[in-house]
Design a protein around this ligand. Structure first.
Ligand SMILES: Nc1ncnc2c1ncn2[C@@H]1O[C@H](COP(=O)(O)OP(=O)(O)OP(=O)(O)O)[C@@H](O)[C@H]1O
Length: 331
């Protein structure tokens, strides 16, 4: 659906070239929500601008919905852009137009006739839960409602892909969850492919099926959510399933395993450490839904000298455990 291959973007600057994207290969499957995360300056916005065709890559290709947009001449690029909807952190609505007028705007630009426009606008406002507010003005809306209008407007030209740049950064927790619920709903009902740029792990946990971590313009880790979080100790596992606060122990080391509960039963994980004696203890066990599967995390506290034994037992049970490095004993 979306295919980035060897994507490189270099900005010339008086102080030397800035390499914003440095050979990014990425596939986003049709009908999935894909998160792109990374620190400030990692290249996230550049990636999204390349996806919209606003930015031409220095080298490499960008293919969206079967069209290699990085190769298109300007005129054809404009038509191809209609297949991509954009949602931003701050929604720029036209204050002098009603909600219906705002959603109709891209249809007017695309030359859709009045009757068709009215029907489509009504349908879109219903889709985002604002069917009864068509004649309201932006000033009468909450931040979350404005974002819904922004989403309806982005969907007006029936894009195959929705690109969301920090869509919930300006919203509070409850509103964020509602907007992310809407994004999931659109994926399910319309089969649309969504790319979400975010710096918030909670957004990835809530809405994404897959995620890519960028660092200095490169892909550091990428994959289905359940897959990346079960790579215990990996940067995305750390960011998305943070280690809980643990009670102080003695000169002990922690062994940690993250697993998909459909691959390893939690009872098997517990059984693996049972019978190792009183000095080996499960100090944390959590199960939570992530990326469509239930992800378990088990943390075992053991005397430093027995860590290898614990690791072996968990491995035999099908887990992929990681012991805290020597020297990182719990105080
Ligand atoms: N037009 C430009 N000219 C020169 N350098 C640029 C330009 N746009 C981006 N950069 C540089 O490219 C790198 C990647 O920037 P980009 O905006 O893509 O990062 P980002 O991950 O989106 O960051 P943020 O989260 O702060 O928005 C940065 O070093 C940035 O300074």
């Amino acid at each position: 659906m979306i295919e980035l291959s060897g994507l490189r973007k270099v900005y010339p600057s008086p102080d030397g070239d800035v390499v914003a994207l440095d050979g990014v290969d990425l596939t986003v499957e049709r009908g999935t929500v894909h998160g792109v995360v990374g620190r400030s300056g990692a290249g996230k916005s550049t990636l999204i601008r390349c996806l919209t065709g606003l930015e031409r890559p220095t080298s490499g290709t960008v293919t969206v919905d079967g069209v290699t947009i990085s190769d298109l001449p300007e005129k054809r690029l404009r038509a191809a852009r209609r297949r991509t909807g954009m949602v931003f952190q701050h929604v720029n609505l036209l204050d002098s137009r009603t909600l219906a007028g705002n959603v109709a705007y891209p249809l007017e630009v695309a030359g859709v006739d009045r009757a068709q426009r009215a029907a489509r606008v009504a349908e879109l406002l219903d889709l985002v839960g604002l069917g009864d507010r068509a004649s309201a003005y932006p000033a009468q809306l909450s931040g979350g409602q404005k974002q819904r209008v922004g989403i309806a407007r982005a969907l007006a030209t029936e894009p195959a892909v929705l690109l969301c740049d920090e869509p919930t950064s300006a919203l509070d927790g409850g509103t964020t969850r509602q907007i992310l619920g809407l994004v999931r709903d659109l994926r399910d009902r319309l089969g649309i492919t969504v790319v979400v740029i975010t710096h918030e792990p909670a957004v990835v946990r809530e809405v994404c099926d897959a995620v890519t971590l960028l660092e200095h313009g490169r892909v550091v880790q990428s994959g289905a959510l359940a897959q990346v979080v079960t790579q215990v100790g990996s940067p995305l596992s750390r960011a998305l399933v943070p280690v809980p606060d643990l009670p102080p122990g003695g000169r002990r080391r922690l062994v940690e395993a993250v697993y998909a509960t459909d691959a390893v039963a939690t009872s098997a994980a517990f059984a693996a450490v049972a019978g190792l004696g009183d000095d080996v203890e499960v100090v944390s066990a959590t199960i939570e839904p992530l990326g469509g599967v239930r992800v378990g995390r088990l943390i075992v506290d053991a005397p430093a000298a027995r860590t290898d034994e614990v690791v072996d037992r968990l491995r035999a049970a099908g887990l992929d455990p990681l012991a805290a490095p020597a020297g990182q004993e719990v105080a």
